[in-house]
Design a protein around this ligand. Structure first.
Ligand SMILES: Nc1ncnc2c1ncn2[C@@H]1O[C@H](COP(=O)(O)O)[C@@H](OP(=O)(O)O)[C@H]1O
Ligand SMILES: [Mg+2]
Length: 305
């Protein structure tokens, strides 16, 4: 039995599976055979979503059979999927890290893994592949404890960012975090919002913040990485629509870097497997979170009670 903690081994496996998924996603785009099917209104799925989901499910379930894995795509794993990531393949960068003390004793059956194999599918099908991320988040007691985000189209081979709550974010340098109670600048905010799921409540919330700039980009993981990296001051989504697999990995990284992710009321999201939908919206900042939540109009908040 390995002395390395379950969390470190799970992040290592997730990094390997996310990197392989990035290669699959690039390959599918190159062939041009996207195999698009509609799962619902404005909710496409492609061959890349399906193959990446199978790769991640096969890798994690074969190594951690007692983990509860919840993936966006409902696809059956095939025997070949188990060899996409070699059974002994690990991320040396992850294995050499120390697990934060609070997470060191977590066991497989304590954990839920939330997988979005291709976040930003609509943008993937519409010529904006750089908005795509692979998201693998880990929750314990309904709160995020670790996450892996891979960007398949960042540079020639993609970029992988990972972290554990109570540890550092690896693979990128987060912007410095500040006090959630800090007052934000009036008229100076850069807000990142959805590109393909705009609604009146999202508009009303963003307008009330009197932003300097509104950036419309795809993907929940992509937008949250922009806030984490300082390319935007906040991600504001006063709408239902994102699911727990859209936020878990990114929330873990935001927490590790000292930022906050809440619903429009300023309350934590609970990663409960029976409540997949983020029904009260998503707000992410690295500073001034309370001020931003206070500025969201009450009639907007009242729509998400
Ligand atoms: N109104 C809505 N209906 C369906 N899915 C929604 C949605 N709003 C957000 N989402 C999902 O949340 C993720 C981020 O959305 P957006 O890019 O608009 O910010 C996308 O995940 P997927 O691309 O993995 O399906 C998207 O499908
Ligand atoms: Mg998604």
């Amino acid at each position: 039995m390995s002395s390395t903690s379950v969390m470190i081994r799970l992040i290592s496996a997730s990094v390997c599976a996310a990197n392989k998924s990035g290669a699959i996603i690039r390959e599918v785009l190159k062939t041009g055979e996207l195999g698009i099917v509609q799962k619902g209104v404005n909710d496409p799925q492609t061959e890349a979503d399906r193959r990446a989901q199978r790769c991640i499910s096969a890798t994690i379930q074969s190594r951690f059979p007692e983990i509860n894995l919840i993936g966006e795509e409902d696809v059956a794993v095939e025997s070949d999927d188990y060899t996409l990531v070699k059974p002994d393949e690990e991320s040396d960068d992850v294995l050499k890290e120390t697990c934060p003390p609070d997470l060191v004793n977590l066991k497989e059956n304590d954990l839920t893994v939330w997988v979005d194999p291709l976040d930003g599918t609509k943008e993937f099908t519409e010529g904006f592949p750089e908005h795509v991320t692979v998201l693998i988040g880990i929750s314990y007691n309904e709160r995020p404890v670790g996450g892996v985000i891979h960007q398949p189209f960042y540079g020639p081979t993609g970029r992988t960012v990972w972290g554990l709550v109570g540890g550092a974010v690896k693979g990128m340098t987060p912007v410095a975090s500040g006090d959630p109670g800090e007052k934000l600048s009036e008229g100076g905010l850069r807000i990142v919002v959805t590109r393909s799921h705009m609604s009146q409540t999202v508009r009303d919330a963003v307008d009330a913040l009197n932003p300097k700039e509104v950036l419309h980009v795809g993907g929940s993981g992509n937008k949250i990485l922009m806030v984490l990296e300082g390319a935007a001051d906040a991600y504001v989504y006063a709408s239902t629509g994102t699911k727990k697999w859209d936020t878990c990995a990114a929330e873990a990284l935001v927490m590790a870097a000292g930022g906050k992710l809440t619903n429009v009321h300023g309350s934590h999201l609970l990663y409960n497997p029976t409540q997949i939908m983020n029904s009260k919206g998503v707000v992410v900042t690295m500073r001034g979170h309370d001020d931003l939540i206070a500025r969201i109009p009450s009639p907007v908040k009242a729509k998400f009670c």
